[in-house]
Structures are given as structure tokens and as C-alpha cells.
Design a protein around this ligand. Structure first.
Ligand code: U2F
Length: 567
């Protein structure tokens, strides 16, 4: 059956219900953004005209909101607790609904069992029949619950699952055997999914799919009002909880020399929060009122926590400049408590690396907050800067609809499109002779555009550009330095001798091993290594001794998840 765009959200709002604060928060958000979604749906429909889109049966099981997982989030919605996850789930549900799919929402284990057809009273190993869903969106809590209640069927059906995973899961952590043997085992990882089944809040690593969320857009009148009403010396501090302001008195004092400071810190009437007296605290605001405050402010100031939330994008969308601390050394699960135990080694270079790397000046300034002079200079510069409200396309409703639609129509983890080539088996492609090579500026990397006509693959292989990384560089970084992005779906096509030859690797030996940095080359020893375990293909992997064979591709401006030929 064909899917048709929907612009009316009433059915969705009804299904979400409002039994808890978290659900009410999500419903309020859906309602507030409904006009914006409708416009985006019309635009995308126009652009995709003529494309057949299949309607999928989708189960959405929001594990972290179930009572069975402890639901620690809902009671804190009005008390300064995390809201980012709720923002994202509200937007995912809306996207799936607007794209015209057949949705079932589950917010408890009971509903999950009902949806999956688990007979009541059966033990922990039921065999359920054919799955009545094409796709299941859940999170790590939900995954655990599904495994528990699907018993033996879990393995069989897991290719249909998509895991909403805020900070991302790297392949080395996802492969159970490898994680256990090599010290990558955490409480969350080791599910042996295809790493693209994990969907993140920001495009952290291309090993995962970037799901995202949306940022509220401005109409012409609102833009005009922002220009008119901006208060040049008004700052809003990013931080809903008093703990996020601890130890920041010195910075606040510097800032206060130049600007009026506003905050939105939650407090209970009898115990006002400990913020300096010169701060005007509004208390935790409803999202809509926070937007109004941001429309007036010039500066949005991050103090280092929370990491990677939606609020900086909202501030930039409302014409603020986001000033945030650089982390040197970068923080990660290897050196920092908050990230410890998360299934990724990703290095977090600032409070919000996405805004640092993908947006940058003039909207974002990332400086060393331990250096008061540097901080003060940034504040002075911001007072002089002129900025326009800005939203990266991938964080607009149209961008999210476009991206998720492409995933739903093209990603398939149930059928292996490419037969995994037998290791050491040489495949011959009708292809260009691998020259001339393009030497990338300031890099030892070589790039080769093979002309492969291979089986159906998404993204299409026409986008493949093969790059040999320098030593100690991941494919994430290598592709980025070449103005491209790493595409793990291409790994199976380049795990062979043609690729090594194409990159002029001059292999004298070739071995196949399970190692998350392979395929790779040890150039001085002329040793080449193939990957033996498809689940370990990894863009993120990095090794001091190896140069990695990196499958890169182009990407659309403002929509990094998609390539030119992806739509
Ligand atoms: C992030 O979670 P947070 O919820 O702490 O992220 P924020 O960026 O602070 O804000 C989320 C939403 O809260 C809203 C605001 C944002 O959309 O509009 N809000 C509000 O309604 N009223 C206010 O007064 C202030 C903000 C991240 F998203 C999570 O994934 C992480 O787990 C967490 C920890 O790093 O950080």
C-alpha cells in the first residue's frame, strides 16, 4: 500500500494520550509545531511527486517511559530534568505519522506484549509468529524488554528494530564477542545489530543513522520582530538545574560587566536556587516562553552541561549567538564520568560539538573558559557581532521528513543486499584503472573513485570515493578532511584486493582478521588486512599503526545523512 502525507495530527495526539507529564509535554510540542509540520509535508510531497512510497506498519515502543524501566524522566519534566529525549520522541512520532505510515504506540510492557502477539502467561521464551510490523522503533530499555518478551523470536526479528540512541553506539561495542574480548563491553552495547540500526540525536558517527529532531522555525513576521526587538546586551544562561551553574560565579561576574543575565533554573517556592543576585531567574519556562526569551536575547551561554541537547539549536534559530566551553582534552567514555559506560569512544570536543563543527561562527563561539581573558574577549566580540536566525536544513521539519523517509524506503537490514565476499576471494569489477590518483592537500591520503557496477545498495555506489587514511586517523576524520563523509554501507565493497590496489597499497601480504580498524594497511611493512566480521566495519575505528581503507561519499549541504543520488 502507498503512504500518503498527513497534515492533521489529531489522530496522533489522541494515541499519545496524556496520562503523564512527559506525554503532556510531547503533546503540547506536537500541537505547537503542527502548522510547521503541515507546511513541510506539502513541500516534500511536491518534491517527491511521482515517487512511490510504501506504507509501513510501524510499532513505536518508548522503553524509557515505561513504568517497568522505572520511568525516572516523567516526574522531572516540570522540575528541570532532561527534556531532550522527549523532544526527540515527539518529533519521531510526528514524522512517522506525517509520512503516512500505520502507527502503533506502546508505552508499557503490557502494550508491547499485546502488539507483538505474545500469549498471556507464557514463560520468558515464547516463540511468536510472523511479526505484524515492518519496523519497530524503540530505545535501549525497550530493546531489553523485547528480548525478554520475544524469547527465541528476538533474533529472527531483530533486523526490523531501530534503536533511538542519544549518544550513539560504535561497532566495536556492538559486536558481543569482540566487545567482550577487547574491553569494549558496557551495560548498553553488545546487541550485534547492524550499527546503522542505532539512530542518534546528532550526526555523531556515520556508523549510526542520524535521526535528529526538529527546531521551531520562524515565519516572516517573527523574523521581523526578532530584528526589531533584539536586546543587544541580554544573555540567557543554558541550564535548567542549579547544579549546572556551580562554580561559575567568576564567569558570570565578567559577563555581568557587559550584559544583563537571565536564567531559567527550576526552583521550589520555599528554596530559591543558588544563583548570583544579579541574575534574573524566570524559573523553568514552558518551551514556548523559552523561545520568546531567546528571541530577545543576543547571547546563549553554555557552562559545559548538559551535553548535546536541543536548546543551543533553538537559541541559534532565534538569532542568539551560542557561547560554549571547549574541552581540552576532549571528554569521552575513557576519561569522563558522564560518558563512562556509554558504548562509544567518541571524543566530545566541547559542550555541543555539532554546533561547533557544523555551524560555527558567527552563530557559535567555542572558547577556553579557564582563560578569563579569552572568555571576556568572546563576550565583547559577541556584542559587536550581527547574526541572523539560522537552522541547519537537517533540523527543519522538511529536512527530518526527507531523511526519515529515505531511511524507511531504502534501509534494509533483513536481506543482505551484497553477498559478503569470501575473505581472500578476489572480485573483479569492471572498473576504471585506478589512476590518476588524487593527492589530498596536506595529507598522505589517496583518493580513488572506483567505477563499480554492483548490486543494489543504498546509498548508491555511484557516491563511493575511496580514501586511504593517514596513520592514527579514523575514517570519520579522513573522509571529513576530504570534504566527504564515511559511509559504512560501502565497506563490504572495498574489503578486497582491488581496493588495496586501487589505493596503491602494494600489499606483500594479505590477512583477514576480526578487527574494527580493518580493512587497513601497515604501509612500512607492506601488510594489508581485510575485515573478517561484517559487524565490525567501523568508520570510528582508529589505530596508530594502520592506515585505514575508508569508504567515503558526498553529502547534501545541510543534510549530511543523504548523498546527491540518495533520494
Ligand atoms: C540533554 O538534555 P536536556 O533536556 O537537558 O537538553 P536541553 O538542551 O537543556 O533542553 C531540552 C529542551 O528543554 C526545553 C528546551 C529544549 O527543547 O526548549 N526547555 C524548556 O522547555 N524550558 C526551559 O526553561 C529550558 C529548556 C540531551 F538532550 C539529552 O539527550 C542528554 O541526556 C542530556 C544530558 O547531556 O542533555
Amino acid at each position: 500500500r502507498q503512504a500518503f502525507f498527513r497534515s492533521d495530527l489529531s489522530l496522533l495526539l489522541e494515541r499519545v494520550g496524556s496520562g503523564k507529564e512527559s506525554l503532556s509535554f510531547m503533546r503540547r510540542r506536537m500541537r505547537r509545531l503542527s502548522a510547521q509540520w503541515a507546511v513541510a509535508a506539502r513541500r516534500l510531497e511536491e518534491r517527491l511527486r511521482g515517487q512511490y512510497r510504501e506504507q509501513k506498519r510501524i510499532l513505536v515502543h518508548v522503553g524509557f517511559l515505561t513504568e517497568e524501566s522505572g520511568d525516572v524522566f516523567s516526574p522531572k519534566v516540570l522540575k528541570g530534568g532532561p527534556l531532550g529525549e522527549m523532544v526527540q520522541w515527539a518529533d519521531i512520532l510526528t514524522t512517522l505519522h506525517v509520512l503516512g505510515h500505520n502507527l502503533k504506540i506502546s508505552l508499557s510492557v503490557k502494550e508491547l506484549q499485546g502488539s507483538l502477539g505474545v500469549p498471556p502467561g507464557r514463560g520468558s521464551c515464547p516463540l511468536i509468529g510472523p511479526l505484524s510490523f515492518d519496523l519497530i522503533y524503540t530505545d535501549y530499555h525497550g530493546l531489553q524488554q523485547m528480548k525478554q518478551h520475544m524469547g527465541l523470536s528476538f533474533r529472527q526479528h531483530r533486523c526490523h528494530i531501530r534503536v533511538i540512541d542519544t549518544f550513539g553506539t560504535e561497532p566495536a561495542y556492538n559486536n558481543e564477542e569482540y566487545a567482550t574480548l577487547h574491553g569494549y563491553r558496557t551495560n548498553w552495547g553488545y546487541w550485534n545489530l547492524n550499527s546503522k540500526q542505532y539512530m542518534t540525536m546528532f550526526p555523531h558517527t556515520p556508523d549510526n543513522s542520524f535521526m535528529g529532531f526538529v527546531t521551531e522555525e520562524l515565519n516572516q513576521t517573527e523574523r521581523f520582530h526578532i530584528q526589531r526587538d533584539k536586546v543587544n546586551n541580554m544573555a540567557v544562561v543554558y541550564g535548567k538545574e542549579a547544579s549546572m551553574w556551580k562554580g561559575k560565579e567568576k564567569l558570570l561576574t565578567i559577563l555581568h560587566r557587559y550584559m544583563d543575565i537571565h536564567g531559567t533554573v527550576y526552583y521550589e517556592a520555599q528554596r530559591p536556587p543558588e544563583v548570583p543576585a544579579f541574575v534574573r531567574n524566570h524559573g523553568l519556562l514552558p518551551q514556548q516562553e523559552l523561545q520568546q526569551l531567546l528571541r530577545k536575547a543576543k547571547l546563549f551561554l553554555g557552562f559545559g552541561f548538559p551535553y548535546e541537547g536541543p536548546a543551543p539549536l533553538e537559541a541559534i534559530a532565534n538569532g542568539c549567538i551560542f557561547l560554549q566551553p571547549k574541552f581540552d582534552p576532549p571528554r569521552s567514555s575513557l576519561n569522563h564520568e558522564f560518558f563512562r559506560g556509554k558504548p562509544t569512544s567518541r571524543e566530545v570536543s566541547s559542550q555541543h560539538p555539532y554546533t561547533e563543527q557544523y555551524i560555527g561562527k558567527p552563530h557559535v563561539r567555542t572558547v577556553d573558559f579557564n582563560n578569563s581573558q579569552e572568555f571576556e574577549t568572546a563576550v565583547v566580540d559577541i556584542l559587536k557581532d550581527k547574526v541572523e536566525p539560522f537552522i541547519p536544513y537537517e533540523y527543519t521539519c522538511e529536512g527530518m521528513l526527507e531523511r526519515v523517509n529515505a531511511y524507511i524506503q531504502h534501509q534494509d537490514f533483513c536481506h543482505r543486499g551484497v553477498p559478503f565476499p569470501k575473505v581472500n576471494e578476489s572480485r573483479t569489477w569492471p572498473g576504471n584503472p585506478p589512476s590518476p590518483f588524487l593527492q589530498l592537500p596536506n595529507s598522505t591520503a589517496l583518493i580513488w573513485a572506483p567505477n563499480i557496477s554492483a548490486p543494489a545498495c543504498w546509498p548508491p555506489l555511484s557516491a563511493l570515493r575511496l580514501v586511504l587514511s593517514p596513520e592514527a586517523s579514523s575514517c570519520v576524520k579522513t573522509c571529513q578532511d576530504a570534504g566527504l563523509i564515511c559511509e559504512p554501507a560501502f565497506f563490504p565493497f572495498i574489503n578486497n584486493m582491488e581496493a588495496f590496489n586501487g589505493l596503491n597499497a602494494q600489499c606483500e601480504s594479505l590477512e583477514a582478521e576480526k578487527n574494527h580498524v580493518f580493512p587497513a594497511v601497515q604501509v612500512d611493512r607492506r601488510e594489508c588486512f581485510q575485515q573478517k566480521e561484517p559487524l565490525l566495519f567501523s568508520c570510528a575505528g582508529v589505530s596508530a599503526k594502520h592506515q585505514r581503507v575508508c569508504p567515503c561519499r558526498d553529502y547534501l549541504h545541510g543534510q549530511v545523512a543523504l548523498c546527491r543520488d540518495c533520494l
